[in-house]
Design a protein around this ligand. Sequence first.
Ligand SMILES: Nc1ncnc2c1ncn2[C@@H]1O[C@H](COP(=O)(O)OP(=O)(O)OP(=O)(O)O)[C@@H](O)[C@H]1O
Ligand SMILES: [Mg+2]
Length: 308
Amino acid sequence: MSSSPVVTSVELTSLPKLASGKVRDLYEIDNKTLLFVTTDRISAYDVIMSNGVPFKGAILTLLSVHWFGVLSDRIPGLKTHFLTLTPPAALSPAEKDLVRARSIQVRKLKVFPVEAIVRGYITGSAWKEYQKSGTVHGLPQAPGLQECSPFPEPIYTPSTKAELGQHDENISPAKAAEIVGERYAARIEDLALQVYKAGAAYARDRGIIIADTKFEFGLDEETDDIVLIDEVLTPDSSRFWPADQYEIGRDQASFDKQYLRNWLTKEGLKYKENVEMPADIAWATSARYKEAFKLLAGKTLEEALSQL
Ligand SMILES: Nc1ncnc2c1ncn2[C@@H]1O[C@H](COP(=O)(O)OP(=O)(O)OP(=O)(O)O)[C@@H](O)[C@H]1O
Ligand SMILES: [Mg+2]
């Protein structure tokens, strides 16, 4: 079984590398198909740590695959980029072992250059903005919200998709429509809200509040379909709160990298490059990701790995 050693970079020689993001390395299988490889790298405040989080690549990959199934069942007509967990034939046996469980083959699509953020609860930068101006991404909100209150209805609050090393910028839905074009903006917003609502309801039944999340969408230029791409509803792309500890009016415990963020802030390392996490922080983060996986997938990571 692969994926126990911590892997912060994957170098395949059998396929051309197309791109490397903060967490993923993308390889081209053919002109319609990508190998979407998730490393164990972790970023916080848009900065990548120098060491990785054990099992993170497999957790994010297998959790996204779980969601692609759940969401496709619940949202009629939903299109996703997921093709298969099976490593492509072009890889050598050693390369297959390296990417197994941490990679999927996906449809290569034209990525819309916005982050489709949906917020069900007010926290983080949204809470900061609301306290100052009563708005979130410039949108006026109901008065009297407390920290971590639910919004009366989930809201779509897009941001720009920054280049590596830059920070995403919160924008209004109107600005997002200028970026993606009027032709697609409303459909992206509607899909993002539908996927969030379906995912949040599923997670809530399993003890997790999905406070907010980020989706990415791509365009299938042949059919003009908008397709759900990237990772989906993971602890990297979302804020997961344990429902049994949830209380309005304060910061929440979390399953996600809030733990790492809090440590960076406490140590004065926020935004610093090349930070090495101490082993206890890396393993505690791993344990939180694993716990979220188990609650949402209904099985342990080890069980999921043994079923591959
Ligand atoms: N089906 C797809 N086709 C093409 N690109 C995709 C697809 N799904 C996801 N992507 C892109 O793959 C990349 C995933 O890499 P990763 O998550 O490491 O990036 P990131 O650091 O979050 O963002 P960035 O790419 O801006 O650095 C993202 O740029 C995402 O837009
Ligand atoms: Mg990403």
